[in-house]
Design a protein around this ligand. Structure first.
Ligand SMILES: C[S@@+](CC[C@H](N)C(=O)[O-])C[C@H]1O[C@@H](n2cnc3c(N)ncnc32)[C@H](O)[C@@H]1O
Length: 277
């Protein structure tokens, strides 16, 4: 008889051999997925028999991971701010550092929120779930991303308070919003080749890079966001760690008043803050 612990050991060895850095943690997620368990509960089941019917699922998952597909895409979901979001190849895998943007947003009062480039809807839906009186709009240029965001809204019971619309950054949108958030694509074209294969080969390039110097989405948002902000409204933009100075300059040139950039948990610049002047 093969136990869950045996399957876990073999899966870890297989991923290690394939050169996957976090082999043990990934194996845990994939074994748990194969038997339909939450990874946090796997330890309680280590001596259980590993169902042979789960073996095919596990082997398919291990092959995908050995090909550098991200775990979240293989298992189809990602935990973000304590809630599970469906994730596919059509959207960015919501990142832990984006939780800094959530923390900053939740420090603000807001009833009407706009999330530009919503992807899976992780930011908008988290904010609405945390603020039961708020409603919001999530936009994206990707119709496939919007379909997934709508599905996530329904799964989280938030469909009545979350609207979604296809839009090219601020074009065609009407405010006012108390809070505008965005985690735009910000990787420079020249940096794309150096990304981990999990990111470069599996996540949508539309979600990763606007091309060129990586700042084009900030230029577009800075140029269009002012009229969408309520008089006391706040704009929070996730940025790459080296982008605070250029993004602040873009926002200031667009007649917005910038506060200090907020750091992430590693102390790197992560969230640009601006208000109407
Ligand atoms: C870095 S991802 C962020 C996704 C999600 N907000 C998150 O934080 O997980 C950037 C998103 O911007 C969208 N996007 C790219 N270009 C856009 C444009 N011109 N107008 C609106 N959204 C755009 C992408 O499709 C993608 O969903």
């Amino acid at each position: 008889m093969i136990t869950v612990a045996d399957a876990l050991r073999a899966a870890t060895a297989q991923l290690t051999q394939a050169g996957i850095a976090a082999a043990a943690g990934d194996a845990r997620h994939l074994v748990a997925h194969a038997i339909g368990l939450d990874p946090d509960r796997l330890t309680l089941h280590l001596t259980d028999r590993f169902d042979p019917s789960a073996q095919a699922r596990l082997q398919a998952a291990l092959a995908a991971r050995a090909g550098h597909q991200p775990v979240s895409q293989i298992i189809g979901s990602r935990l973000f701010w304590g809630r599970r979001f469906r994730v596919t190849r059509d959207v960015l895998d919501p990142r832990p550092e984006t939780e800094c943007l959530i923390a900053a947003a939740l420090a603000q009062p807001f009833a009407r929120v706009l999330d530009l480039g919503t992807g899976s809807g992780a930011i908008l839906l988290t904010l609405l779930a945390e603020r039961p009186a708020a409603s919001g709009l999530g936009t994206d240029i990707s119709a496939a991303a919007l379909a997934l965001a709508r599905a996530n809204a329904a799964a989280l019971g938030l469909a009545a308070r979350a609207r979604f619309a296809r839009a090219d950054w601020c074009a065609g949108l009407a405010g006012p919003f108390d809070l505008i958030v965005a985690n735009p694509p910000y990787i420079a074209a020249a940096e794309m080749a150096g990304l981990a294969p999990e990111v470069r080969d599996w996540e949508p390039h539309l979600a990763l890079t606007p091309g060129g110097d990586g700042l084009e989405a900030y230029r577009r948002i800075a140029a269009g966001v002012g009229p969408l902000l309520a008089p006391d409204g706040v704009l929070l933009l996730e940025i790459g760690p080296s982008q605070s100075a250029p993004v602040t300059a873009l926002l200031t040139a667009a007649d917005l008043r910038c506060g200090p950039t907020l750091p992430d948990l590693d102390g790197r610049d992560r969230v640009a803050v601006a208000r109407r002047s």
